[in-house]
Design a protein around this ligand. Structure first.
Ligand code: ATP
Ligand code: MG
Length: 415
């Protein structure tokens, strides 16, 4: 039986890898501009990190984690998101003793046992940033500006930015009471999961994807009517900073986000109904996970969703994965010369390849065309004797005579 990849996973095939490089490079380039440095954390963690970090009442923890016992009897979980691991690393390595804020970015796979559908996989990939140590709304605004710019510069122009504030634990308590009062009379109509959320975390009910729960919460009170003055001021500052950077936004009081740790700012970036990026502030998480009382902000963007969207929009993605020069060889001596030539040219930064299939001249040309090589040259006894050869530009067939010893002029020609 032929083996198949597990449901909800995808191979990245060589003809598509340039798209990933393009998207990853864009995020990396901007992270560099913003003075954000990379962090890499393990693919799995102690399960408790996520039950505590992501929150026991979330879909991620209740339904979606890849949790298993290792051979030593420990419960471990494939990371469903990147924030809790980054916080764990920050605390474990005492990065809070360094100059603050600590600005981190990561690329990571994430694993969630979800219903597989368009833009929803079981292993997907995220670019994320986390900024620890500043409570200022300017951090939130800067993070949002990075996400908006990166996605914009990838070519997706019609982005909607939706923002909301979830307040601090005090505001949340007041709001949860009001929400419970509102939901009380429809309690029986809620789904099983939401019934269990009712006491522990009623706000999470607003994020339920079940139709009947959505219907019940349609006219629920909104958190923005319950946030305290400090949280309100923070939200107003965020808006001011966004305006200062010419970033348009919509306030959407229904954004809750799928993870429990958020406080104050939450936001989503949406492109044609698809959430491509989400994040916010989580001022209590570092302390919750055993670190000092330090505020934090972060977001994650889904790379599959972005690439899928770029494809669907037919946007041109620069492809620099093609070979500059393909060297064919007629005969054993020419093969040696061709290996030598490409070896020396590669040391000068030229992307080149030689024939490894014993191809005829015609077959070499066909191959070069098919694989989008920019130039080809065929070496034979004649070329070896004269020390010169003709480089053929594949786009228009024009030929250029070169001295095979004069590598620099070949490099120049291939530029
Ligand atoms: P959604 O509401 O779409 O389920 P989420 O709130 O679970 O998203 P986060 O946990 O904040 O999302 O993850 C950030 C981003 O990662 C999302 O905006 C999305 O682009 C992407 N993402 C989340 N889950 C998946 C998935 N199962 N498959 C592909 N991409 C995903
Ligand atoms: Mg989700």
């Amino acid at each position: 039986m032929a083996m198949q990849a597990p449901k909800g996973t995808k191979d990245l095939l060589p003809m598509d890898s340039y798209k990933w490089h393009y998207v990853e490079n864009k995020f990396k380039e901007l992270a560099d501009e913003y003075g954000i440095r990379e962090i890499r954390t393990p693919m799995f963690e102690h399960t408790e990190l996520f039950t505590r970090g992501v929150g026991e009442t979330t879909d991620v923890v209740q339904k979606e984690m890849y949790t298993f016992e290792d051979k030593g009897g420990r419960s471990v979980t494939l990371k469903p998101e990147g924030t809790a691991p980054a916080v764990r690393a920050f605390i474990e390595s005492s990065l809070y003793n360094e100059a603050q804020p600590t600005k981190l970015y990561y690329f990571t796979p994430a694993f969630r046992y979800e219903n597989v559908q368009k833009g929803r996989l079981r292993q997907f990939h995220q670019f994320g940033i986390e900024v620890f140590g500043s409570k200022e709304a300017s951090i939130d605004a800067e993070g949002i500006s990075l996400a908006m710019r990166a996605i914009n510069e990838l070519g997706l122009k019609d982005l909607s930015l939706n923002i909301n504030s979830l307040g601090c634990p005090e505001c949340r308590k007041k709001y949860n009471d009001a929400l419970k009062q509102f939901l009380q009379e429809n309690y029986e109509g809620l789904c099983g999961t939401c019934k269990s959320r009712f006491e522990r975390n009623p706000m999470r009910i607003l994020d339920c994807k079940e139709k009947k729960c959505k219907e019940i919460t349609k006219n629920a009170p909104t958190i923005l009517d319950y946030i305290c003055d400090e949280c309100k001021d923070h939200f107003e500052e965020l808006k001011k900073y966004l305006q200062a950077m010419d970033i348009e936004y919509t306030v959407d009081p229904n954004i809750v986000r799928g993870l429990d740790y958020y406080t104050k700012t939450v936001f989503e970036i949406i492109y044609k109904d698809l959430t491509v990026c989400g994040g916010g502030r989580y001022d209590k998480l570092i302390e919750e996970l055993g670190g000092p009382d330090m505020p934090a902000f972060g977001f994650a963007a889904g790379l599959e969703r972005l690439i899928m969207t770029l494809d669907a929009e037919g946007l041109e993605i620069p492809n620099s994965s093609y070979i500059d020069l393909y060297v064919g060889a007629m005969g054993a001596d020419a093969k040696i010369a061709s290996l030598k030539l490409i070896n020396n040219l590669r040391k000068k930064g030229v992307k080149c390849d030689c024939d490894h299939m014993n191809r005829s001249v015609k077959a070499s040309m066909k191959y070069a065309n098919k694989t989008n090589c920019r130039f080809t040259v065929i070496l034979g006894d004649n070329e070896l004797q004269l020390g010169t050869a003709k480089l053929k530009r594949m786009s228009d067939g024009e030929q250029f005579e070169v001295n095979l010893k004069d590598l620099d002029s070949i490099v120049e020609l291939l530029k």
